[in-house]
Design a protein around this ligand. Structure first.
Ligand code: ASP
Ligand code: MG
Length: 444
């Protein structure tokens, strides 16, 4: 049993879609599940439309709606699918228009209503892909994901109900084992009251792995626009190399410390179910790919497989005399406002909290904390060396760090899995530090 997930750029143009068809033909000869994202850029455009509608600017919201509609119709026309897909799409375009008009009238967009608008993007895409596969002679059909992807009611970042998903997907399992190819939406779920939820930005990977877990798949393939997981960010390291095989722990550390290719939440199902996770490039299916398994391939002691980083971090320092409570209070408030937490440390020598504001609310809260007397240092980046080899020989990484000792390092963070060593640097140093670290730790 296999699940294939195609990201936004893999379904974003007629050429990419045609390649996706050939991938499905090759990879699912006896049925399987296909999970799709919205066409690239659609989710962003819907969010823009929602934002302007919530300010009462219905004209601007209509403009965004027209952009989405035109773009989709153009893709369908070029694929020769306009006639078949339009009857399925028009009610969706109408629904999106209705939601935006409603928001515009109310000057308000609740998280629940926003999820309803976002759902249109993935639903348009899944109908298109299902029809395209069927037209190309494959036994494919659309299936509504909200029938099976049961979640809680945390709109915008819903958590899956694994037991409910497993029992709801039993029918899908039978169909797939009977040879069908089911095509469904990533990113979406349904709350206990039936309202649409979303799993968080980039959540389609998570949809694919959750459904893989529920269906008892032995392989989930994430088709994207890079040749698998690379040893570093190719925009900073020109000779970054693909990693053919890695452990789940390595993949988790990489996504936690900034690698964009895999969504961190998407790895939890792998940890529970133990299937194989493949990351491959839709635009170059024959290029290298990465295989992620629970167990690591053999690594040399001290071997580092990748270098990750994330910029835009802020460090809050709390003096030792203070009680621990303000630290937790601030951490919680920042998290609720939409800041990602990278570290929370308390020693007799003082406490620090490392966060990355990811929403305007979190940014505003950080500014407020700064003016209310907290010691906040901005402009930091976290850099992580990742590799199973570090578990056996963690000292190697420290030795490597001392070899770059002229770099100002603000702090060292060691996670509990033992496969990463992370430290803080001013973000202005990244562009020279990352290539040097890569050369030093991984080589050319
Ligand atoms: N379309 C959604 C997003 O852009 C989900 C995804 O692509 O994974 O965040
Ligand atoms: Mg994605």
């Amino acid at each position: 049993m296999r699940v294939l997930k195609f990201g936004g750029t893999s379904v974003g143009t007629p050429e990419a879609l045609r390649r996706a068809v050939e991938i499905v033909r090759t990879e699912l000869p006896a049925g399987g599940l296909v999970v799709v994202s919205a066409l690239s850029g659609t989710t962003d455009t819907i969010l823009e439309a929602v934002a302007v509608a919530a300010k009462g600017d219905t004209a601007a919201a209509r403009d965004r709606h027209a952009i989405i509609r035109r773009r989709h119709l153009a893709v369908a026309l070029e694929l020769g699918l306009l006639e078949q897909v339009q009857p399925l799409w028009e009610p969706l375009f109408e629904r999106l228009a209705g939601i935006l008009e409603g928001m515009g009238l109310l000057w308000e967009a609740s998280a629940r209503a926003r999820d309803g608008a976002l759902a249109i993007g993935e639903t348009l895409s899944a109908h298109l892909v299902a029809l395209l596969l069927a037209k190309e002679g494959l036994p494919a059909r659309f299936q509504e994901v909200r029938e099976v992807m049961r979640t809680d009611a945390r709109h915008g970042r819903a958590l899956p109900d694994l037991v409910a998903i497993r029992s709801a997907s039993e029918g899908w399992r039978k169909d797939i084992l009977g040879g069908s190819i089911l095509v469904t939406q990533g990113f979406l779920g349904s709350a206990p009251d039936g309202a649409t939820t979303t799993l968080g930005r980039g959540g389609s990977d998570t949809s694919a792995t959750l459904l893989g877990e529920a269906l008892g798949a032995d392989e989930v393939q994430i088709w994207t626009d890079v040749d698998g997981v690379l040893s570093a960010d190719p925009s900073l390291v020109t000779n970054a190399r693909p990693i053919p095989a890695m452990s789940l722990r390595e993949a988790s550390a990489l996504s936690a410390f900034g690698a964009k290719v895999l969504h961190a939440d998407s790895l939890a199902p792998l940890a529970r179910a133990g299937f194989r996770l493949i990351v491959a490039n839709t635009h170059r299916p024959a290029a290298s790919r990465t295989e992620i398994n629970l167990q690591a391939p053999p690594r040399r002691p001290g071997e580092i497989t990748s270098v990750a980083y994330k910029e835009g971090l802020a460090c809050l320092r709390i003096p030792p005399s203070r009680d621990i409570e303000p630290l937790f209070h601030v951490a919680l408030k920042l998290q609720e406002a939409g800041a990602a937490r990278y570290g929370l440390l308390s020693t007799p020598d003082g406490s620090l909290l490392l966060v990355r504001p990811e929403t305007p609310d979190a940014e505003a809260l950080l500014k407020e904390l700064t003016t209310s007397g907290f010691d906040v240092q901005r402009g930091l980046a976290v850099v992580a060396l990742v590799g199973e080899g570090l578990r056996e020989a963690p000292g190697r990484a420290l030795a490597l760090l001392s070899s770059i000792q002229e770099e100002p390092i603000t702090g060292i963070l060691a996670g509990d899995t033992g496969v990463s060593l992370a430290f803080l640097v001013p973000e202005s140093r990244l562009s020279s530090l990352i290539p040097r670290l890569h050369e030093h730790c991984i080589g050319n």
